[in-house]
Design a protein around this ligand. Structure first.
Ligand code: A2P
Length: 342
C-alpha cells in the first residue's frame, strides 16, 4: 500500500465492464492512490481518464501485480485463470468478474448486501457473481428472509453489453445494416441479434441447459447458502444495449403476504421497488443507475406461497463493476483486504 492509499489494478480496463470499474472507483469510498489500467497488446498506448488525469494503459504481464493491493479482473475467464493466481501470489487481493473460480469452494462468491460474511477468511481471491444472478438474488434475498425460498423459475432478457464491447458494436452495426438493407453479420452472437431475440447465451451442455442458465441455477445456491434451492432458468439475449431484465416466479416455504413482501423489498439496501401507479422500470430508466429495480410484484394466481416479479438492473454496474467495487469496499471496511493475515 502506498502511504496515502491503495494501488489498484483494473484488468480489462478498456472493456465494457472495465471502463465502468474505473468510473465507479472514482466515486467509491476506496482511497485509490494509484490506478493501473491493464489490457491486451491491442490497447498499447491508449489512455483512460481517472480523477481528471490521463493514465496510460499498460499491457498485462506476469509481473504486473508487484506492489498492487487490489486487482479487479474483467478480461475473460482465460485471462483470470492465468493471471489471477499470479496476482494473489504477488500479495494482491483479486476480485474476479469472470466465471473462472465462482464455484470453487475455497473462493467466496459475494453480493455484499446478501452474504458479506462469506468474505471472512478469504485467501486473496473473491468471485463476483454472474450479472443476471446478482440482480435476481438481490431481489430474492429479502423475500427469502420473510418466507423461506424453495423454488425459482426465471427467464432473462439480457442486453448485448453482457457479451462485451465488441458485442455492443456488433448490435449497433447489425441494426444500421438492416435499416440500410444490407446483409448483417454476426461474430460475438450465435445469430443476428438486431430486431430478434436469441434464446442462447454460451454453449449448451448435453442436458440442453446453456452455460448462462447453469450459472443462474448454481450461483444462487452458493450465495444464499441454499444448496437444495430448485432453480429453472431460460436465458435470452435481447437487442438492448445496456441493462438486463429478469422475470421471476419464486415459490416459498410459507404463504406470502404481499404487503410484507413490499416492505421487505423497500427496506433492503440497493433495491428500489416500483409499485402502484408506476409498476415497473425498463432498461431505459435504469441504465447508469446503481440499484436493482423490482416491479410488477404480484401473487402467483395459482399458488398461495409464490410471487411473480420483474427485476431490471444495469448489468455493467450492479451486475459487474459496482458489485466488484462494493466487494472491495466491504473488505476494506472489515479490515480484511490484505489476506496475508487471514
Ligand atoms: P483490449 O481492449 O486491449 O482487447 P470486453 O469485455 O468489453 O470485451 O473487454 C475485454 C477487456 O479484456 C478489454 O479491456 C481487453 O483489452 C481485455 N483483454 C482481453 N484479452 C486480454 C488479454 N489476453 N490480456 C489482457 N487483457 C485482455
Amino acid at each position: 500500500m502506498k502511504q496515502h492509499g491503495l494501488v489498484v489494478a483494473v484488468v480489462g480496463a478498456t472493456g465494457a465492464v472495465g471502463r465502468e470499474m474505473v468510473s465507479i472507483l472514482e466515486e467509491s469510498s476506496l482511497n485509490v492512490a494509484e490506478l493501473i489500467p491493464l489490457a491486451s497488446e491491442r490497447s498499447r498506448g491508449e489512455h483512460i481518464e481517472f480523477k481528471g488525469e490521463s493514465v496510460e494503459v499498460e499491457v498485462l504481464e506476469e509481473d504486473s501485480f508487484a506492489g498492487v493491493d487490489l486487482a479487479l479482473f474483467s478480461a475473460g475467464g482465460a485471462v483470470s485463470k492465468k493471471f489471477a493466481p499470479l496476482a494473489v501470489a504477488a500479495g494482491c487481493t483479486v476480485v474476479d468478474n469472470t466465471s473462472a473460480f465462482r464455484m470453487d469452494p475455497n473462493v467466496p462468491l459475494v453480493i455484499p448486501e446478501v452474504n458479506a460474511e462469506a468474505l471472512k477468511g478469504h485467501h486473496g481471491l473473491i468471485s463476483n457473481p454472474n450479472c443476471s444472478t446478482i440482480q435476481m438474488v438481490v431481489a430474492l434475498e429479502p423475500l427469502h428472509r420473510c418466507f423461506g425460498l424453495k423454488r425459482v423459475v426465471c427467464s432473462t432478457y439480457q442486453s448485448a453489453s453482457g457479451a462485451g464491447q465488441r458485442a455492443l458494436d456488433e448490435l449497433r452495426d447489425q441494426t444500421v445494416d438492416i435499416l440500410n438493407f444490407k446483409e448483417p453479420k454476426h461474430e460475438k452472437f450465435p445469430r443476428i441479434l438486431a430486431f430478434d431475440i436469441i434464446p442462447q447465451i454460451g454453449s449448451f451442455y448435453e442436458d440442453g441447459i446453456s452455460e448462462e442458465e447453469r450459472k443462474m441455477i448454481q450461483e444462487p445456491r452458493k450465495i444464499m447458502g441454499l444448496p437444495d434451492l430448485q432453480v429453472s432458468a431460460t436465458c435470452a439475449r435481447v437487442p438492448v444495449f445496456i441493462c438486463h431484465a429478469v422475470s421471476v416466479n419464486a415459490e416459498f416455504e410459507k404463504d406470502v403476504d404481499l404487503e410484507q413482501a413490499r416492505d421487505a423489498l423497500r427496506a433492503f439496501p440497493g433495491v428500489k421497488l416500483f409499485d402502484g401507479e408506476n409498476p415497473y422500470a425498463t432498461a431505459r430508466d435504469v441504465s447508469g443507475e446503481n440499484d436493482v429495480y423490482v416491479g410488477r410484484l404480484r401473487r402467483d394466481p395459482c399458488r398461495k406461497n409464490a410471487l411473480d416479479f420483474w427485476v431490471v438492473a444495469d448489468n455493467l454496474r450492479k451486475g459487474a463493476a459496482l458489485n466488484s467495487v462494493q466487494i472491495a469496499e466491504a473488505l476494506v471496511q472489515a479490515d480484511i483486504l490484505s489476506f496475508k493475515r487471514n
